[in-house]
Ligand binder design. Sequence first.
Ligand SMILES: Cc1ncc(COP(=O)(O)O)c(C=O)c1O
Length: 387
Amino acid sequence: MINHYKNNPTYENIDDILSPELFDDAYLSIKNWTDYAPTPLIKLSNLASDLDIGEILYKDEGHRFGLKSFKALGGAYAVIKVLKDHLSVKYPGVNILDNDLKTGKYVDDLKDFTVVTATDGNHGRSVAWGAKECGINCKIYMHKGVSESRGIAVELLGAEVTWVDGNYDDSLHKVKRDAIENFWHIISDTSYIGYMYVPKFVMAGYSVMTTEIVDQLEASPPPTHIIVQGGVGGLAGTICAHAAKLWPDNRPRLIVVEPESADCLHQSAIAGSPKMVHIKTETIMGGLSCGEVSAIGWNILKDNADDFITIGDDHVAPAMRLLASGMGDDEKIVAGESGVAGLALLTELKYNQNIKEALGLNQSSRVLLFGTEGATDQEIYDKIISG
Ligand SMILES: Cc1ncc(COP(=O)(O)O)c(C=O)c1O
């Protein structure tokens, strides 16, 4: 079952929300990290013709820095930015390099520095990795809906995991309380009134994907449509803002897709202001299970996204299997539950021509999808693929 809300974007200038300099800085920093490599942009030609769509391009984040999701770009980068800010007080005017932090040059200055975040899994893994690389303390809060192995993955990076009763939003509330009491530094991928500075760095990190895509498209025209999945809207907000900068004259239609049971962006778009959604059933797309929008993400999307759509969980497992087996000679792709949201929508549109038409999807469309995660929980992945 698909719910579609057609937004009426006014395409405001959003440089004051997320500036182009933030995107540039993130790329300049991240491209020099050890083991950096652009993730592939894969053309799924057979799938496109099966779905009667001109072209499908899939940005495969399944191997990003060995963390298996695009989130590796955001949290870890924000950790570095926050540490540089902190050190700049003691060392004014000194140009502190990412590598200085990673090679322990300031380890004594940072021995009591602790970062903390709430997470559905992937963001926490990124923050824990950034903290480990810089030799600082890290606390990760996870709610009971997150799988145990996602917690173990974070612990293996040296972070301490606290399990919280309730859902993602409950874990975030506990982080806010505990951080104040303990003087910890919150590195959140969501933003709210009074907390906008750090999430901008997280979002800027994500824009490395779109920077890479421009190179990977070479001489090809930009996509006509971008389908991007929404949790709190940090990812979608970044892609929306960056696409507007990259392709101002032929701006792709930006479609935000969310799980039906956690559709805070969709509900906010309908209401015209942020709406909180109480999550009653956890979706299989765990990374998208968020009930409250990110203030920055929302501020971008409300005036710049073209469509807000929700999908049920039904098409998620089939979409994962479709990618795993590869249609015809299309490349086989390992994609996790939250990673296939865009593809799950496209496959569902096969049975909903009205919405497909309303989205302007046809044989002349060039659709860009974000495969935001690989097998971030191997056990769950194997179970789904074996059907
Ligand atoms: C794999 C994956 N895709 C997409 C998202 C959505 O990102 P955001 O919460 O910034 O909307 C997440 C969030 O955790 C995720 O883990």
